[in-house]
Design a protein around this ligand. Structure first.
Ligand SMILES: NC(=O)c1ccc[n+]([C@@H]2O[C@H](COP(=O)([O-])OP(=O)(O)OC[C@H]3O[C@@H](n4cnc5c(N)ncnc54)[C@H](OP(=O)(O)O)[C@@H]3O)[C@@H](O)[C@H]2O)c1
Length: 331
């Protein structure tokens, strides 16, 4: 059926936050296409989720060259859905992609060389049938390529018009500071950092959040639900069809059991607050104004809709925050 977006999509369904010291505002919830949009997944479910997201004010879709499986297939599927449903709305969308992980054989198919990054961006644009992406990321720090080379490639991507903004992902605090300095000197400020951040993964609190704040860089937190562990998905078992049950899923079954006791205690707290655990985990990240957006994944419209409701209750009392710390520290 032909898609016409909800006319009231900007009617307070979603809040927008400024991304660092830039002119760009992002929805506080963004949708990532790492899982559930690949060649192994059901195309129509992905399409329904993208439509539902856009209908509810989620203007940002995040991809990477290697998302699938097979690698590249999430961009291909997105490109096909974009052509059918979203092309007239290109100026309302923030579409990002990345390069850094293994994409093709030989010495130029991963990491951070200029050769790899710029070739990969061209490939991504072709797969997505786009003239440009809004954000192009270096997906991970390359310890062997000079940072200047990687940053010059991002700057080149922006200058060529193939990307509007430059971003980095998974960079430690110190290299983030250096990368920001190089990009600034080139005249292409670093827009955004994409780190893993959730109640279960808090490395960013040891320096990175302070660094991005000083540098005026926004933050988009990935895997905010710890791939589903911070939801009610695994409280009783590993259900059929869940990420941990799939051979290609990045959540391994052995990661589930050690998380369950904490997830159950957090789930009880969330219920007391009148929220689902997923909603509370998202709200917990958004309590920090340095977090521009929370980058969720979903396998159904129902999950997306659940997650969007997190916005109804972003506030925490200091007692609630203390109780959460207690659970996370295993007290
Ligand atoms: N830069 C990087 O290196 C990097 C790395 C990883 C991810 N990312 C980005 O971050 C995005 C999100 O990552 P993620 O998918 O790991 O995020 P996540 O939000 O932590 O996990 C998403 C999974 O949680 C489950 N879920 C979501 N909402 C739920 C709900 N309301 N109730 C029950 N279960 C729910 C679903 O699992 P089921 O599938 O089992 O239903 C869903 O697939 C990715 O798509 C990608 O864009 C970036």
């Amino acid at each position: 059926m032909e898609y016409s977006p909800a006319p009231l999509r900007y009617n307070n369904q979603c809040e927008y936050r400024r991304c660092g010291r830039s002119g760009l505002r992002l929805p506080i919830l963004s949708l990532g296409l790492w899982h559930n949009f690949g060649g192994v997944d059901t195309y129509e479910t992905g399409r329904d989720m993208l439509r539902y997201a856009f209908d509810n004010g989620i203007t940002h879709f995040d991809l990477a060259n290697n998302y699938g499986p097979p690698p590249g297939s999430a961009e291909e599927n997105f490109g096909s859905i974009y052509q059918k449903d979203f092309k007239p709305y290109r100026d309302e969308l923030i579409i990002s992609t990345k390069a850094g992980y293994l994409m093709w054989p030989g010495p130029y198919g991963e990491w951070g060389s200029r050769k790899y990054l710029l070739s990969s961006l061209d490939q991504s644009l072709k797969r997505m049938k786009l003239e440009y992406v809004d954000i192009f990321y270096s997906h991970r720090l390359d310890p062997e390529t000079p940072l200047e080379e990687t940053m010059m490639a991002l700057d080149q991507a922006v200058r060529s018009g193939k990307a509007l903004y430059a971003g980095i992902s998974n960079y430690p605090a110190e290299q983030t500071r250096e990368a920001a300095g190089i990009l600034r000197s080139l005249g292409t400020p670093c827009l955004i950092h994409q780190p893993k951040y959730s109640m279960f993964e808090r490395w960013v609190e040891n320096g990175l959040l302070d660094t991005v704040e000083k540098e005026g860089i926004g933050v988009i937190a990935f895997s905010p639900l710890a791939q589903g562990l911070l939801t009610d998905r695994y409280l009783n078992n590993i259900p059929e069809g869940s990420r941990a049950s799939k051979s290609w899923g990045f959540l391994k079954p052995e990661q589930v059991a050690p998380a369950i006791a904490k997830a159950k205690a957090l789930n009880d707290m969330a219920l007391q607050r009148g929220q689902t655990l997923a909603q509370m985990a998202i709200a917990w990240l958004l309590k920090d104004s340095r977090v521009t957006s929370v980058l969720i994944g979903a396998s159904s419209v129902k999950q997306l809709s659940d997650n969007l409701q997190s916005q109804k209750m972003l506030y925490f009392t200091s007692d609630e925050l203390k109780a959460i710390e207690g659970i996370l520290k295993g007290n």
